[in-house]
Write a protein that binds this ligand. Structure first.
Ligand SMILES: [Fe+2]
Length: 328
C-alpha cells in the first residue's frame, strides 16, 4: 500500500510539473467546412423520440459494447494487445442513411520517437475493413516541449490510417498549439475551433472541435454561434477533456468523444484508477456513458503519458456504429 501511495504521489508531482510548464495557449481562428458527400444516400428520416436515454424506451436497440479480446494486465513501452472495442450506439432521429455508420475513435497516441509494433496491427485492421470516418481526440505526441522526433512516426501512422470519407482531429494538452500546422499537413482535418459537416441532400453528420490544448481554450461564444442542431443532423463533438461535456450541454451533441484520462493508465486490479486527470466521477473515467443528455465516449487511448506503463488499464481503439434508437 505504501508503494502505491508513493507511486501515486510521484505521478501527481510529475503531472503538476507538466501543467506548470504548459505555456499559455494562443487564440485560434475558426471556420466552417462543408463537404458534400454523395456516398451518404438520403432516403428519409427517423421518427422523433421522447426525451431520455436513447434505447431506454423499451427499445430493442440499447447500447451494445463488444471487445475482441481482453487486453494485457500490464503493457510496458508498447500498446501490443490493445483492445478493439465495438460499440453500437443508439441515436435519436438518426437518418436512415447513417444507420450502421462506422466511426473509428482514436485518442492519446502519445507517440515518441520509436515506432510501436502495435501500430502495424492497427494499420492492418483498418486496411482490412476501413471505417467510414476517423476521429482523433488529441495527444498525438508525448513530449510537450519538442514534438520533432515524434512527428515522423505520427506522419507515417496517421497517413496509413485511411477511412472511406475522411479524418478529423483536435489537439490535446500534450500537443501544444505549435503542433497544429504540421498535423494539418497530414491526412486529416484539424478541427480545433472549427466545424466539419458531411452532407448529402438534407442529411448532415456534423463534427465540432473543442480546442484541446487547455481547458481555458473553451470558447462558449464560438460554440453558441454554431446554433442549435438542425433537424436531420447528427452532431459529434470532439473534446480532449471529458469534463467539458458539462459546459457543452447546450450543443445537444449526440456523441461527445473525449480522451485525456487514459482510463487512469495505472489502475488497481479492479480497474479503479489510482489517479484521475478529470473532474468527472471515477466511474466515467473510461467507457461509454449517457450523461448530460449525450453519449460520452471516454476513450482510454493507445499510448502512455509520462511513465510508459499501463497497468490493469489496457490500451483501446473504439469503433462506433450508429444505430437508430428504437430500431429493431
Ligand atoms: Fe493523453
Amino acid at each position: 500500500m505504501a508503494r502505491i501511495l508513493e507511486l501515486r504521489r510521484s505521478i501527481r508531482i510529475l503531472a503538476d510539473y507538466g501543467n506548470k510548464l504548459q505555456g499559455k495557449s494562443v487564440v485560434r481562428r475558426w471556420t466552417d467546412i462543408s463537404l458534400m458527400n454523395s456516398q451518404m444516400n438520403l432516403r428519409g428520416w427517423g421518427r422523433a423520440l421522447d426525451n431520455g436515454p436513447p434505447g431506454s424506451e423499451g427499445s430493442p436497440r440499447p447500447l451494445i459494447i463488444r471487445r475482441d479480446r481482453t487486453g494485457p494486465r500490464l503493457q510496458l513501452l508498447t500498446a501490443k494487445g490493445f483492445e478493439w472495442v465495438e460499440a453500437e450506439i443508439p441515436i435519436r432521429e438518426l437518418p436512415p442513411e447513417l444507420e450502421g455508420f462506422r466511426l473509428l475513435h482514436v485518442s492519446d497516441l502519445h507517440v515518441r520517437k520509436a515506432w510501436d509494433p502495435a501500430y502495424d496491427e492497427f494499420i492492418a485492421r483498418v486496411e482490412a475493413n476501413p471505417p467510414d470516418f476517423i476521429a482523433y481526440t488529441g495527444d498525438f505526441v508525448d513530449n510537450k516541449h519538442d514534438s520533432r522526433r515524434a512527428m515522423p512516426v505520427v506522419r507515417r501512422l496517421v497517413n496509413s490510417l485511411k477511412s472511406r470519407l475522411g479524418t478529423a482531429a483536435i489537439l490535446g494538452n500534450h500537443d501544444g498549439d505549435l503542433l497544429g500546422p504540421p498535423l494539418a499537413s497530414l491526412n486529416l482535418t484539424l478541427l480545433d475551433h472549427r466545424r466539419l459537416a458531411l452532407r448529402s441532400g438534407s442529411a448532415t453528420l456534423e463534427f465540432i472541435g473543442i480546442a484541446g490544448v487547455d481547458r481555458k481554450d473553451f470558447d462558449p461564444g464560438f460554440l453558441r454561434s454554431l446554433g442549435r442542431k438542425e433537424p436531420g443532423t447528427v452532431r459529434v463533438v470532439l473534446s480532449h477533456f471529458p469534463d467539458l461535456v458539462r459546459r457543452s450541454r447546450f450543443l445537444e451533441a449526440d456523441l461527445f468523444l473525449a480522451g485525456h484520462t487514459h482510463g487512469g493508465q495505472i489502475c488497481l486490479p479492479t480497474g479503479i484508477p489510482i489517479i484521475r486527470h478529470d473532474s468527472l466521477p471515477a466511474k466515467l473515467i473510461s467507457g461509454i456513458h449517457w450523461v448530460y443528455d449525450t453519449w460520452l465516449v471516454a476513450n482510454p487511448g493507445l499510448g502512455f503519458s509520462g511513465l510508459p506503463i499501463r497497468l490493469f488499464c489496457p490500451a483501446q481503439v473504439i469503433e462506433i456504429r450508429l444505430r437508430k434508437a428504437g430500431g429493431s
